[in-house]
Design a protein around this ligand. Structure first.
Ligand code: GTP
Ligand code: MG
Length: 834
């Protein structure tokens, strides 16, 4: 048989690929994130739980668990441990290395039908050791040589598994070069290839039949530091598949209940934002020994009261129907609470969708290839097309559909970030649809580099004022980011887009002249393009807000409190994704009038703006912990606050529809009842009356009681003339918009307009005709414009120096030269912005 095997060795590779193409495994791994405030006991719990495991396979701190002495690379503690070695694969432990590890993780572990082994066991070159099965504890004796339905796993199986794992490893490392197969020293001469095929086939069917097995699951622990910077980036790790632990100090919960509840709410809110409504969350209280049974009951009551209504679909309960899993880390592995917690973690992981599916073996192989790319070649960002090639050529995943599926699968388990499928990323986004991140670490390093200037940036005076702007105003532009990341291995342009898609930075509309002349400068990226030819030379300059660097508190001195102030609320019912707040702030900023007399200021929880060209002044404050926006408005005489609320309602609705369609809210004035029974007990949220904007005259009620006649509410009811007022205001705004100076065109509209006008097509009148329409122009001037990169841009800049150069006039001139395409763009801009 050895000869036969040898003779067939060149076919073995093919046989493996066939088997790989057909084989399935249970994807028995789940990612557990440890989230929570600083010093809540995450790392201690991590150590306890790791000790609870039958074996801890790997423990690795990717970044040191730095505490107070934070350095730029000590921000995130990410201790990773892969736990629970599947019993059947002990035998594969002897050789270290990523490929073995994958097999430890993922190959089917309880082969029940072993006919292939049995048959091959009689063959030469393979000497099974018929001994006691460690799995079941029952003896197998010589059964392996006769029975074809022996359900036990013997050493014989393990031996086979080991050889197969080794063989596959050899194959992976050699890629597809068949001619080198014969050089493969260790495996191919010992295993009959048909046995290998049968083994893989038998195990695949076993796995499919054995889906309900509870013994095969591996948890990966990710212990995330409680440093405050982590708050702004922790969600990069949050994904559809996984178990999330929110760890809190249960003793502090008693001492500072309000603060601790708000903190728990923050984490729950964030998890709910970036996962699905059923992704499990476990609330874990530490310092269990210091609590009495009454304390425990009290905490459970509070947790139920505050969180069950909004997050009940995600929060797991213990077998005692308790919301809090109480642990005492000092007991180490003997802690009963930790054992119960671990059991629940497994239970939650098992219930997740992917645990019950059989995953093709080729996907396992693909996962391993990604690990190799990262570990051996230090590659963290790759193109989608190269990954598809890898999947096709190395892992035999040929259909494009399946390639996409495997990428999605790995993305939902956060092995990778596949930005193209992140929520809100457009299909035509060139950068985000081109790349895949295979190590989330690069995103974390990127943000750290922006907060702690890299040394090469400190030397460059040119960028100093931009750093100051970032530090003082939390405003960063592409120019600065590309410079800060110029030494990173990943393309900086990808990082910019990724940070935006992951809500770490928020784009400011070009039309928004926030923070005055500081931001006027619009530098092109030519400097970088020349140094880095190729990639994304067309990346447009843009500015962003980085919320992490915004001030915590608002400077209220910008707002003089007046008796005329009116307040109303947006109530998000206990769940408010943080990005909605940021998008709202930025939208308001971009719509504020250019003549505003009020200084705009924003902070992490609110902002002060002047909206709609001096018609309204209002103060917007958001209490994220209470999931309500409170707006205090001061209206110019003769204008209704109801109108302002209507406008803001449309704005918030658009934001929700675009980014978080599942979020629901309502808005209106606060309930005027003294002891309002509808007030939300959790966090003492204000009871917000629900205004029906489609039917403005509808009654406002608190429960069954009409409150329309209450003086505080009456001022909200639109008067009979509301529709006429709205129409008049709209007309006025249209006039204003048409009177707008062309300087206020958004960058994208301006660029598109110029692009169209620059095109030189014989039958169409280009920028030169427009120039003749717009001003008295000499031939020399025309030549000068022509020499520019974008003649239209220069023309508009020249013409824009005059005060009467309005969008309205430009539209008229474009109509005169029959450029309806350009007129359409300007009309669209007016529609979007006013
Ligand atoms: N008595 C007692 N002490 C605990 C327990 N859990 C944590 N501690 C202590 O609390 C302190 C902080 O614990 P860590 O596990 O480092 O906290 P952490 O959440 O990892 O903190 P960061 O990584 O900074 O976010 C340490 O001194 C621990 O010994 C517990 O259950 N009981
Ligand atoms: Mg820690």
């Amino acid at each position: 048989m050895a000869e036969e095997s040898l003779a067939k060795s060149l076919l073995i590779e093919e046989a493996f690929y066939t088997a790989l193409a057909n084989g399935n495994v249970k994807a028995s791994r789940a990612r557990c994130l440890f989230l929570g405030d600083k010093n809540s006991g995450k790392s201690s719990l991590f150590r306890v739980l790791s000790g609870q495991m039958s074996k801890v396979m790997r423990k690795m701190s990717l970044i040191s668990d730095a505490d107070d002495a934070m350095t730029s690379d000590g921000i995130l503690a990410r201790t990773r441990s892969d736990s629970l070695l599947p019993p059947g694969l002990d035998a594969l432990m002897d050789s270290a290395g990523e490929s073995d590890e994958v097999f430890r993780d993922d190959i089917p572990l309880r082969p029940q039908r072993r006919s292939s082994f049995i048959r091959s066991s009689n063959q030469q070159g393979w000497s099974p050791n018929n001994s006691i099965s460690s799995e079941s504890g029952s003896t197998s004796g010589n059964q392996a040589s006769g029975s074809s339905s022996n359900p036990q796993l013997s050493d014989f199986d393990r031996h086979a598994g080991k050889l197969i794992a080794h063989a596959l490893k050899q194959l992976y490392f050699r890629n597809t070069n068949k001619s080198k197969l014969a050089e493969c020293s260790t495996w191919d001469k010992r295993i009959p290839y048909d046995s290998v095929v049968s083994y893989l086939k038998s195990t695949s069917s076993t796995v499919t039949e054995d889906l309900n097995s509870t013994a095969r699951l591996r948890l990966d622990f990710w212990d995330i530091s409680g440093h405050k910077l982590t708050r702004s980036v922790h969600h990069v790790h949050l994904a559809k598949f996984g178990v999330n632990l929110i760890v809190f100090n249960a003793v502090s919960m008693l001492a500072q209940e309000e603060k601790q509840l708000q903190s728990l709410h923050y984490w729950l809110n964030s998890i709910r934002t970036y996962t699905t409504p059923t992704t499990p969350v476990l609330l874990v209280g530490t310092h269990g020994d210091e609590l009495s049974s009454d304390d425990i009951k009290n905490i459970n009551r509070q947790l139920n009261k505050h969180f069950m209504q909004s997050f009940g679909g995600q929060i797991a309960r213990s077998s005692y129907d308790s919301v809090m899993f109480l642990v005492e880390s000092q007991h180490g592995i003997k802690d009963e609470g930790a054992a119960r917690l671990l059991e629940k973690m497994f239970d939650c992981a098992r219930r997740q969708e992917y645990s019950t599916h059989a995953i093709p073996l080729s996907w396992v192989m693909f996962r391993e290839q990604l690990t190799r790319l990262h570990k051996e070649h230090n590659i963290r960002c790759v193109t989608v097309s190269s990954l598809r090639k890898l999947a096709r050529q190395v892992c035999n995943i040929t259909s494009e559909q399946e390639q996409t599926q495997v990428l999605e699968y790995l993305h939902h388990g956060r092995k990778i970030i596949y930005p193209g499928i992140l929520h809100g990323v457009k299909k035509d986004h060139v950068i985000l649809n081109t790349f895949v991140i295979i190590d989330t670490q690069c995103v974390l390093e990127a943000i750290t580099a922006l907060i702690y200037q890299p040394s090469h940036c400190k030397e460059t005076k040119h960028f100093q004022h931009k750093w100051e702007r970032l530090t003082n105003y939390a405003v960063v532009d592409t120019d600065l980011m590309l410079h800060a990341w110029k030494n990173s291995k990943e393309p900086s342009e990808v990082l910019v887009s990724l940070m935006e898609a992951l809500h770490i930075i928020y784009r400011i509309d070009d039309n928004c002249d926030f923070l005055t002349s500081h931001l006027k400068e619009k530098k092109t990226l030519q400097e970088f393009d020349s140094k880095r030819p190729g990639l994304f030379s067309s990346m447009k300059p843009a500015r962003f807000i980085m919320p992490y660097l915004l001030k915590n508190q608002m400077d209220e001195s910008f707002w003089e409190v007046s008796l005329d102030d009116i307040s109303f609320y947006f109530d998000f019912h206990g769940f408010l994704p943080q990005p909605i707040f940021m998008y709202t702030i930025i939208d308001i900023m971009s719509q504020r009038g250019k003549n505003a007399s009020l200084t705009t200021t924003i902070c992490q929880t609110g902002g002060i703006f002047s909206l709609f060209d001096d018609i309204y002044h209002f103060n917007l404050q958001l209490y994220a912990e209470k999931c309500q926006f409170k707006i205090t408005a001061r209206c110019k005489e003769g204008y209704s606050a109801w109108y302002l609320m209507n406008e803001l309602n449309v704005m918030v609705k658009n934001i929700c529809d675009k980014h978080f369609p599942d979020v629901f809210y309502h808005c209106g004035p606060a309930c005027p009842m003294d002891r309002c029974l509808s007030a939300d007990q959790a966090f003492n949220r204000v009871h917000v009356l629900k205004v029906d904007f489609l039917n403005p005259n509808a009654a406002l009620q608190c429960g069954q009681i009409r409150v329309d006649e209450h003086p505080h509410v009456k001022e909200w009811l639109p008067d009979d003339n509301i529709e006429a007022t709205i129409a008049a205001l709209k007309d006025r705004k249209n006039e204003q918009s048409l009177d707008n100076h062309i300087d206020h065109l958004s960058q994208s509209t301006h660029d598109e307009l110029c692009r169209l006008l620059n095109q030189h097509t014989p039958s169409v009148k280009d920028w030169r005709w427009l120039a003749l329409e717009l001003m008295e122009i000499t031939t020399q001037q025309l030549v000068r414009f022509k020499l520019q990169d974008s003649p239209s841009s220069s023309l508009l800049a020249e013409w824009g120096k005059k005060s009467h150069s309005t969008v309205q006039l430009l539209i008229k001139k474009l109509q005169d030269i029959k450029r309806d395409d350009c007129v359409q763009i300007l009309s669209q801009w007016i529609e979007n912005h006013f």
